[in-house]
Design a protein around this ligand. Structure first.
Ligand code: 2AM
Ligand code: CA
Length: 268
C-alpha cells in the first residue's frame, strides 16, 4: 500500500504545483463553461493529465476516474478517483481555498487517500488500517462533545440541486440555532480533511461527486470519525450527500437531519 500512497503523493504534489504556479493568473479567456455556473480552466485539465500520467506511468492497467476526463483505462480491481482541483470556483476567483484529491479503491474498498492543499502546502494522507496523517504526523477527529460550541463545515446546493435548497436551508437553520459556528469555504475535499484533523467537529453537504469525497471519507474514518450518506441505505461516496463528524456529534447531527428524511426521500 505504501507504494500506492507514494504514487498518490507524487501525483498530488505535481498537480498542486501546476495549480499554484498558475494561481491568480487566470484570465476570463481561460475559463470554459461546462454547464450553467459550472466552470473549468486549462489548469484543471493540465493538472488532471499530470496525475493520470504519473499513475498510468506506474500502473498502466489501473482504472482512473477523474472529474475532467471521466473514466480512463480498462475496468480493473484498481480504481483511482481523482479531482485535480476541488474548489475550482474559488480557484477562478483567486480565493486560496482549493485542493487536490486522490483516492484509490481496490476491489471496491477505499484503501489509500491523499488531499493536498497547495496554498498552505499541507498534505493529508491515509492508508486503511494505519491511521491518518497531516504532514507525516498522526491526526484525530476533534474531542468536542456537544453541538453547543461546535464548529461545523457545509456546502450549499448548487446548479441542478436547487430543488434541495429549501430542505437544506431548514437543516441549516436547525444547526445554526444550536452550534457554535458554521463555515462554507467551498472545497468539500478540504472540508473533509479538516474534519479528519479536528479543525471542524462535523460537516454535511448534498450532491457531491465521488472525486470530491472519496479521499476525505477514508481520512475521516482513519482519524476516528464517522461518515454516512444522508440518503438512507446509500453508500456515502456514491451518493455524495454526506454527514460526518467525531463520534460524539455524529448521532446528534444525524438526529437533526433525520427529521427531514421524508422530505429528503422525495427529492432523491
Ligand atoms: P469542484 O470545485 O471540484 O467542482 C463545494 O460545495 C463543493 O462542490 C466543491 O467540492 C466543488 O468541487 C463541488 N462542486 C461541484 N460543482 C459545483 C458548482 N457548480 N459550484 C460550486 N461547487 C461545485
Ligand atoms: Ca474539480
Amino acid at each position: 500500500m505504501q507504494a500506492f500512497l507514494n504514487t498518490a503523493i507524487e501525483a498530488a504534489r505535481k498537480a498542486g504545483d501546476i495549480a499554484q504556479i498558475n494561481f491568480a493568473r487566470i484570465n476570463q479567456s481561460d475559463i470554459k463553461t461546462k454547464a450553467y455556473n459550472e466552470f473549468v480552466t486549462f489548469v484543471d485539465e493540465e493538472a488532471e493529465k499530470a496525475i493520470i500520467d504519473i499513475i498510468h506511468g506506474r500502473y498502466p492497467d489501473h482504472t482512473i476516474l477523474g472529474e475532467e476526463q471521466g473514466l480512463k483505462g480498462d475496468e480493473s480491481d484498481y480504481l483511482w478517483i481523482i479531482d485535480p482541483i476541488d474548489g475550482t470556483t474559488n480557484y477562478i476567483h483567486s480565493f486560496p481555498v482549493y485542493c487536490v484529491s486522490i483516492a484509490l479503491k481496490i476491489k471496491g474498498r477505499l484503501e489509500v487517500a491523499v488531499i493536498y492543499d497547495p496554498s498552505r502546502q499541507e498534505l493529508f494522507t491515509a492508508i486503511r488500517g494505519m491511521g491518518a496523517l497531516l504532514d507525516g504526523r498522526k491526526i484525530r477527529v476533534s474531542k468536542q462533545r456537544t453541538l453547543q460550541g461546535a464548529l461545523l463545515g457545509t456546502g450549499f446546493p448548487y446548479r441542478d440541486q436547487l430543488d434541495w435548497l429549501e430542505v437544506y436551508l431548514d437543516i441549516f437553520i436547525d444547526f445554526t440555532r444550536i452550534v457554535g459556528a458554521i463555515r462554507r469555504p467551498g472545497s468539500a475535499a478540504l472540508d473533509l480533511a479538516y474534519v479528519a484533523s479536528g479543525r471542524y467537529d462535523g460537516f454535511w453537504e448534498f450532491g457531491l461527486k465521488p472525486w470530491d469525497v472519496a479521499a476525505g471519507v477514508l481520512l475521516i474514518q482513519e482519524a476516528g470519525g464517522l461518515v454516512k450518506s444522508m440518503i438512507p441505505g446509500e453508500d456515502a461516496v456514491e451518493s455524495g450527500s454526506l454527514l460526518c463528524g467525531n463520534p460524539h456529534l455524529f448521532d446528534p447531527m444525524s438526529e437533526i437531519v433525520s427529521k427531514y428524511d421524508d422530505r429528503l426521500k422525495k427529492l432523491f
